[in-house]
Design a protein around this ligand. Structure first.
Ligand SMILES: *[C@@H]1O[C@H](CO)[C@@H](O)[C@H](O)[C@H]1NC(C)=O
Ligand SMILES: *[C@@H]1O[C@H](CO)[C@@H](O)[C@H](O)[C@H]1NC(C)=O
Ligand SMILES: *[C@@H]1O[C@H](CO)[C@@H](O)[C@H](O)[C@H]1NC(C)=O
Ligand SMILES: *[C@@H]1O[C@H](CO)[C@@H](O)[C@H](O)[C@H]1NC(C)=O
Length: 483
C-alpha cells in the first residue's frame, strides 16, 4: 500500500516535470541542427513547431524527462522580437545600471515583482552588463512559467567588508515559495568568493594552519527553498563564498547543463547540495570546486544524476547523515554515466554514529574514476573532530549497488573502503565490474571492509576479500529503522 501510494506520487511528479519541461521548450525559440537542408526546403511551407523536442543523439547521455534545449533567443515565436516583449521585464528598464559597482538590487526586485504578476513573465538581466545586487529573497507565489534569465553577469558585493551589515551572511540569491519557475541564461553568476575563502576562520587559513575560532558564516550563492517544479539550466556559476546551489524543501527539480567552478582549495564550496528535496534530475553538468561536487542530505528521494563530470572536487556524497543522534532517510538515488577526476572521494555514503533511519536503494553505475582517493566509500563512523564516542545506533545502509566503476585511484588511500557499524551492519551491497587501478605506483593498502555484507557478481579489481556473504543475524530488527 505504502509502495503503491509512493509510485502514484512519483508518476504524478514525473508527469508534472514532463509538462513543465515541455512548457519551457515551448517558450524558447531554438535552432534545429539536424537535417538542415531538409528543414530548409520545408520551412517556407510550414516551419517546424518550436515545441517538438529534437530526437536525442544516443551517444550523449540524455535525461529521461525531455530536458529543455539550450535557449538561444529570449523572444519566443517572433523573429522581430517585439510581439511577446510585454512578458519580458528587462532590469535595465527598471533602472539597473550594470556597471559592476552600482547597487542594482531595487531594479531586480521591481522587475521580479512585475514578472511575477503575469503568466510566463521573464526577468531579464541582459548580455553585456555586470549587475551587482545584495542578498535578496525573490519570493512567490508567482504566476506560473516565471523565468529568471541571466544573459549578462550577476554578482554579489565583493567580500565580507562590502557586505551590508543588515544582510544575511548565510545566503545571497534566494528563491522562495515558487512553483513552475525557470532559472536560466547564457550568462554568469560570479560569486566573488575569494575574500570569504581567505577569512582566518576558514580551515587552514589561520596563523598556524589552524582555523581560528569565531563566527564564520559565508553566504551560499543560490538557494531554492520550499519550491516546486523548478528548471535550472545553462548558467555558469562560479566562485561561490560557500555552497554554489542549495535546495531545501523542494520537489520536482530539473538541473541541466550547468557549469559550476571554484578553485580546488576554496573551502566548503559544494557544487549542488540538496536536502529534504524529492524528485530531482541533475544532468549533463560540469562541476569543479573545493568540496563535494554534489551532496545529498536527509529527506531526499528519487534523485537521478546522469552525465555529470566532477573534478577536482570531493566527489558525489550522500551525507553526512544522522548528526546529533538525528533520524535520516535517503532513498532511491541513482548516479550514472559520470566522470570523477582528481577528487578526494569518488562516490561516498557517510553517516555519524548515533543516528537512526536509513540510506537505501542507491545505485552507482557507469562511473569513470581518474586519480581519485576513496573511489567507493561507505563510512558509518563519520566524525569531524576525531573525538566521537562509539555508539550503538546508526543510520542503516542497505541495497547499495556499484556497477561498472572503472578507472584509476590515488594510492594514498585504498580505493574501496566500507566501514560499517558494529551494531547496524551494511547489507545487500552489490558489486559488478569494478576495476580500479593505481594512477601511479603500487597499491599500499588493500580494500577495507568492516561489517559489510553483500555480493560480488564479478571479480573486483583489486580483489575484495573482506565483503561478508549473506545477511547478519540482527538485520530484521533494523530493517525499517523509522523511515
Ligand atoms: C534525417 O534525414 C534522413 C534522410 O532523409 C532520415 O532518414 C532521418 O530520419 C532524418 N533525421 C531526422 C532527425 O529528421
Ligand atoms: C521591433 O522593435 C525594434 C526595436 O525596438 C523596432 O526597430 C522594430 O520596428 C520593431 N518591429 C516591429 C514589427 O514592431
Ligand atoms: C570504536 O569501534 C571501533 C570498531 O569496533 C574500534 O576500532 C574503535 O577503537 C572504537 N573506538 C572507541 C573510542 O571505543
Ligand atoms: C538488494 O538490492 C538490490 C538493489 O541494489 C535490490 O534490487 C534487491 O531486491 C535487494 N535484495 C534484497 C534481498 O533485499
Amino acid at each position: 500500500m505504502e509502495l503503491f501510494r509512493g509510485l502514484v506520487v512519483i508518476s504524478l511528479l514525473v508527469i508534472i516535470l514532463l509538462q513543465n519541461s515541455s512548457n519551457v521548450q515551448g517558450r524558447y525559440h531554438y535552432h534545429k541542427t539536424k537535417n538542415k537542408s531538409h528543414n530548409k526546403a520545408e520551412s517556407p511551407v510550414s516551419p517546424a513547431p518550436d515545441n517538438v523536442p529534437e530526437p536525442q543523439d544516443p551517444s550523449v547521455p540524455s535525461s529521461p524527462v525531455n530536458p529543455p534545449q539550450i535557449p538561444s533567443d529570449p523572444y519566443p515565436n517572433d523573429p522581430a522580437g517585439n510581439s511577446s516583449s510585454d512578458c519580458i521585464f528587462d532590469v535595465t528598464s527598471y533602472g539597473a545600471v550594470g556597471d559592476g559597482s552600482t547597487d542594482d538590487t531595487s531594479a531586480f526586485v521591481a522587475a521580479w515583482k512585475a514578472a511575477c504578476a503575469v503568466e510566463s513573465g521573464v526577468v531579464l538581466a541582459p548580455e553585456g552588463y555586470v549587475f551587482m545586487i545584495t542578498s535578496t529573497i525573490f519570493s512567490g507565489p508567482c504566476k506560473p512559467g516565471l523565468v529568471f534569465q541571466v544573459d549578462g553577469c550577476l554578482m554579489p558585493p565583493d567580500g565580507p567588508d562590502s557586505w551590508p551589515e543588515k544582510d544575511s551572511r548565510k545566503q545571497w540569491l534566494v528563491f522562495y515559495r515558487l512553483n513552475d519557475m525557470t532559472f536560466t541564461g547564457k550568462g554568469t553568476i560570479e560569486g566573488n568568493g575569494e575574500k570569504w575563502w581567505d577569512l582566518p576562520c576558514k580551515p587552514h587559513r589561520g596563523p598556524d594552519g589552524e582555523a581560528s575560532k569565531g563566527p564564520c558564516d559565508s553566504p551560499a550563492l543560490i538557494r531554492f527553498f520550499m519550491s516546486s517544479n523548478l528548471v535550472i539550466s545553462n548558467l555558469r556559476i562560479q566562485n561561490s563564498p560557500q555552497f554554489h546551489m542549495k535546495f531545501d524543501g523542494c520537489e520536482g527539480v530539473l538541473i541541466q547543463q550547468l557549469s559550476i567552478s571554484s578553485p580546488k582549495l576554496s573551502p566548503n564550496t559544494d557544487g549542488i547540495h540538496i536536502e529534504n528535496t524529492k524528485t530531482v534530475g541533475i544532468y549533463n553538468s560540469l562541476i569543479s570546486n573545493g568540496d563535494d561536487c554534489i551532496s545529498i542530505g536527509t529527506g531526499c528521494s528519487d534523485v537521478d544524476i546522469e552525465g555529470v563530470t566532477c573534478g577536482p572536487s570531493h566527489g558525489i556524497s550522500i551525507g553526512s547523515l544522522g548528526v546529533h543522534n538525528s533520524q535520516a532517510c535517503v532513498s532511491n538515488i541513482k548516479v550514472s554515466n559520470a566522470i570523477i577526476r582528481d577528487s578526494d572521494n569518488g562516490v561516498r555514503i557517510k553517516t555519524w554514529q548515533g543516528g537512526t533511519g536509513s540510506v537505501s536503494g542507491i545505485s552507482f553505475q557507469n562511473i569513470q574514476m581518474e586519480n581519485v582517493r576513496n573511489c567507493m566509500i561507505i563510512d558509518q563512523y563519520y566524525c569531524m573532530s576525531k573525538e566521537c564516542l562509539n555508539q550503538t545506533s546508526a543510520v542503516y545502509v542497505t541495497d547499495i549497488s556499484y556497477r561498472n566503476i572503472k578507472g584509476t585511484y590515488d594510492v594514498r588511500t585504498p580505493p574501496i573502503h566500507f566501514a560499517c557499524s558494529d551494531t547496524v551492519p551494511c547489507t545487500n551491497i552489490t558489486l559488478s565490474e569494478v576495476e580500479l587501478l593505481p594512477e601511479e605506483g603500487e597499491l599500499i593498502d588493500d580494500p577495507f571492509c568492516w561489517n559489510a555484507y553483500g555480493t560480488e557478481e564479478t571479480v573486483t579489481i583489486p580483489p575484495l576479500n573482506c565483503l561478508r556473504d549473506g545477511e547478519p543475524e540482527s538485520e530484521g530488527e533494523v530493517a525499517s529503522y523509522g523511515c
